[in-house]
Write a protein that binds this ligand. Structure first.
Ligand SMILES: [Mn+2]
Length: 316
């Protein structure tokens, strides 16, 4: 599959007329902010842009300008170009089945995306896909609308933990500052993104009741079986409550989604959790990664705890 430069993608955006933008299932702030942000820019250039994300949008992202227009991949749709953002093209639900396009380009920042599925531009050093889209818009040489700035800023802010994580660079902060100048309002983003229903805080307390430290205190996990997960609207942010524990390098949240399907997210201070996730067919970044285990709750829990313990022992 061929690699595109940002200049070449800018050329495609200038030449073609209609675009479908999509991101991964289980959408987060970066995936949603990047697709909506670029859609706003394309519309400001008189192009047709449709955002399709084939999953439920979490409530805390509904404040994003344009969020109400996001469609599921329920019906066939045609356009000149498909842009797949912030993921490998295998995690976009039914989008590929429904979409008919002349060209498809994958833009991402995940180091585990090897670009083998689609023509692509992958910057594994970028803090967020929103940072790559920011550069793309600069390459295009067009101004950020207020709506686009708000969306892209949200992508940057959420993937960097508000510019605190190891992926934050001077460039990330300059991009953030530019987007604020263009109309993004940081406190509106953080208040909206961090807001949870009362019940979710109650759920967090139940989740913390079940947390378990292991690997001699160097790892901590929240393990949620199917009935528990079914009662919770979201577990987004739960991992942040345990990753701060003194001495903990790897934090893990395991959720049983259905029979023989457990979703695992991991965060680390030093260990490479992307390598860990890759062992199980997942991926992500050095300090933030995830995978899906096709096994029952007890097996999945045991498997991931052992793999984490082994990884921590190996780095000693
Ligand atoms: Mn991202």
């Amino acid at each position: 599959m061929r690699e595109y430069t940002l200049e070449e993608i800018a050329g495609v955006l200038r030449e073609e007329k209609s675009f479908i933008l999509t991101g991964h299932e289980n959408p987060d702030g970066d995936c949603t902010g990047s697709t909506l942000g670029l859609a706003h820019i394309l519309r400001s250039l008189g192009k047709q842009a449709t955002v399709i994300i084939d999953d439920k949008l979490p409530r805390f992202l509904s404040f994003l300008p344009g969020a109400v227009e996001i469609r599921r991949a329920d019906e066939p749709v045609e356009a000149d170009v498909l842009l797949v953002l912030d993921t490998v093209p295998t995690r976009i639900g039914r989008v590929l089945e429904q979409v008919k396009v002349k060209k498809a380009i994958n833009i991402d920042h995940h180091e585990t995306n090897d670009g083998s599925h689609m023509d692509h531009h992958i910057e594994s050093q970028a803090a967020a896909t929103a940072e790559v889209i920011y550069k793309l818009v600069k390459t295009l040489g067009v101004p950020f609308t207020k709506e686009a700035a708000m969306c892209l800023y949200t992508g940057l802010a959420t993937d960097t933990g508000y510019f605190r994580y190891a992926n934050t660079t001077p460039f990330t902060m300059r991009a953030g500052a530019d987007l604020i100048e263009a109309g993004a309002v940081p406190y509106i983003v953080s208040e909206a993104v961090d807001e949870r229903p009362y019940q979710t805080v109650v759920d967090l307390s139940a989740a913390l009741d079940r947390m378990e430290c292991f690997a001699g205190g160097r790892a901590c996990g929240i393990f949620l079986d199917a009935p528990t997960v079914a009662k919770m609207e979201t577990t987004e942010g739960f991992i942040d409550s345990i990753r701060i524990i003194e001495g903990v390098d790897i934090a893990v949240v395991l959720k049983m989604k259905e029979e023989k399907l457990c979703r695992v997210s991991m965060r680390s201070k030093r260990a490479n959790v992307s390598a860990l996730a890759t062992q199980f067919g997942g991926g992500g970044h050095e300090h933030a990664a995830g995978c899906t285990l096709h096994m029952g709750y007890e097996d999945a829990k045991k498997t991931i705890m052992e793999a984490i313990t082994r990884a921590l022992e190996a780095q000693a």
